[in-house]
Design a protein around this ligand. Structure first.
Ligand code: ADP
Ligand code: ZN
Length: 523
């Protein structure tokens, strides 16, 4: 109890807040207890406080590893504003002069500094490692920890060196924090930081005030104009893949009497920030942008986010749609989907290293699953983040509000699970689908999978149908993806039980976007 009262007092004293947000308090207690800690929390959840407060309380200096120089500076300024002492927080990165560095080192060694922010490339420097060995370190905080994983959206090689450097500097507890919560990324982080023993604090990623809809990309510009006219005066962001599309669409919107401005990395900095200000000051309602827009933008009353083009990953989709409804009010997330866009994205990847392409493709396939599903979109999205959403009907996605007819699919699930077992749980969904369909390709031949009992048992159905069965089985936890070899599917406990004693398994036909695309071509 004593600790609890103290913590609230410290929270008030240092930050002026009356209460902790989410599970901040438990996280902070775990850090104070000297344990390894892993925090998965959506953006805006209040991650920074989870290491700032313990750093101020504990003896010694906390080393905060953070990839973004601009954010680092903001955080240091914020910490200084809470404290009487300038030296309470410092940063070390390539922007500092020699004399700056001397001052920083002096403050740190004198014990004034409670938080030292270090860029990963500065951490790897031999001279800095030497220096840090002399410092009394309370703990290491690894911010934006997904940078460790190639499956995250911002992989950085220096992040892989953190663990060995921590060993060199001298062991101290680690707190790792990220807003990227896919089980694959989480596993990579814990393994790489050698903290599989860490206590994991995972907040829900559900954004209940957001409405999710995916529409076939038949005439997106017309749909968008109509949508905006129906939502007159509301603020919104439209994401496009290319700069060219951003400019084209802005122009079309303006011609149609909509107040819109562009934002992309090809514009010069002053034009970009002028347009950003126009959006923040509500001189324009709509900003048409590439994904360059949004990092660190804090406009709480964005009422809609439209994806003119499908994002490259569900991670990106979640971050971008997440910019709607920050104030807790409604947020409409509308995405236009066409398989042709997926093929375009695949083509863009072709020049990249093979491993990167393979990852890119897997991430893209998750997006396809999301776009084509007839299941609750919220359920699918949260499942991707390793979270089970148990409501039957979320009440705020197109599939829940306009569901398709269900039918019994027990027999199909039995076939699918048996096939997975027959190939010893060593293959990915697309290969399993080929087995069930009885399609012979080079991989089927080389593994002699055309000799399996399962080969061709599902030939009366098509690939889309079987993909849907696997998707539903994944969401319902009958099967899971292997964490080490991503994409390889295995039966869960529940899957094995199902085979022993099959239960009802309801299916719905997925949206057939191919059909609507064909219709479009006939037009
Ligand atoms: P994240 O890093 O998870 O995106 P931040 O650490 O930037 O989130 O915090 C988001 C916002 O929440 C900040 O404005 C921060 O000041 C505020 N905040 C954090 N903790 C609390 C709290 N206990 N009470 C009130 N506001 C808080
Ligand atoms: Zn739903």
């Amino acid at each position: 109890m004593g600790l609890q009262i103290d913590l609230h007092a410290k929270l008030k004293e240092y930050f002026g807040f009356d209460n902790f947000k989410g599970n901040q308090e438990q996280i902070i207690k775990n850090v104070l207890a000297g344990n390894n800690t892993f925090v998965l929390m959506p953006t805006g959840g209040g991650k920074s406080l989870c290491y700032q407060l313990p750093a101020l309380i504990l003896d010694g200096t906390a080393i905060v590893i953070s990839p973004l120089i601009a954010l680092m500076k903001n955080q240091v300024d914020a910490m200084r504003s809470f404290s009487a002492s300038e030296g309470v927080a410092h940063f070390m990165n390539s922007s500092l002069s020699k004399s700056d560095i001397l001052k920083v080192k002096e403050d740190v060694l004198s014990g004034k500094t409670k938080l030292l922010y270090v860029a990963p490339e500065s951490l790897t420097k031999e001279s800095n490692i030497e220096f840090l060995r002399k410092v009394r370190i309370s703990f290491f905080a690894v911010d934006e920890a997904h940078c460790i994983s190639e499956w995250g959206h911002d992989f950085r090689t220096e992040y892989r060196k953190i663990r060995p450097i921590v060993e060199q500097i001298g062991k101290a507890p680690i707190i790792a924090l990220t807003a990227t919560a896919t089980p694959k990324v989480q596993h990579d982080i814990q393994k790489n930081l050698d903290m599989l023993d860490a206590q994991v604090f995972k907040s829900s990623f559900n954004r209940s005030n957001l409405y999710y809809e995916v529409r076939p990309k038949v005439d997106p510009t017309k749909d968008i104009i109509k949508f905006i006219k129906n939502n007159e005066g509301k603020s919104g962001i439209i994401y496009c893949l290319s700069r060219k599309k951003v400019e084209e669409l802005t122009e079309v919107l303006c011609v149609n009497g909509i107040k819109a401005a562009s934002y992309h990395a090809g514009m010069d900095a002053s034009a970009r920030s002028a347009n950003q200000d126009k959006f923040l000051m509500e001189e324009v309602n709509v900003i048409v942008a590439t994904i360059a827009f949004g990092m660190g933008i804090d406009k709480p009353d964005v009422r809609f986010v439209i994806h003119y083009d499908i994002p490259k990953s569900l991670e990106g989709y979640y971050q971008e749609t997440g910019r709607a409804g920050r104030d807790g009010g409604e947020g409409y997330c509308l995405t236009f989907y066409s398989y042709k866009d997926i093929q375009k994205l695949e083509k863009f990847m072709q020049g990249k290293p093979i491993a990167e392409q393979e990852i890119g493709k897997q991430l893209l396939m998750e997006t396809v699953s999301y776009a084509e599903t007839s299941l609750c979109r919220r359920k699918v999205l949260l499942h991707y983040f390793g979270e089970n959403y148990d409501e039957e009907n979320c009440g705020a996605c197109d599939n829940c509000l306009f569901p398709k007819k269900e039918f019994e699919g027990k027999e199909y699930l039995i076939d699918a699970l048996n096939a997975i077992l027959e190939v010893k749980e060593k293959f990915k969904v697309d290969h399993m689908v080929n087995i069930l369909l009885g399609e012979t390709d080079s991989m089927i031949k080389s593994y002699h999978h055309d000799e399996l009992e399962s080969f061709g048992v599902g030939s009366e159905k098509n690939a889309q149908f079987w993909n849907m069965v696997f998707r539903r089985a994944l969401i319902a936890n009958y099967i899971e993806k292997d964490i080490e070899q991503y994409g390889v599917i295995k039966l869960t406990e529940k899957g094995h039980e199902f085979l022993k004693e099959p239960k009802d398994f309801m299916l719905m036909e997925d949206h057939n976007f191919e059909e609507s695309e064909e219709k479009l071509q006939e037009k």
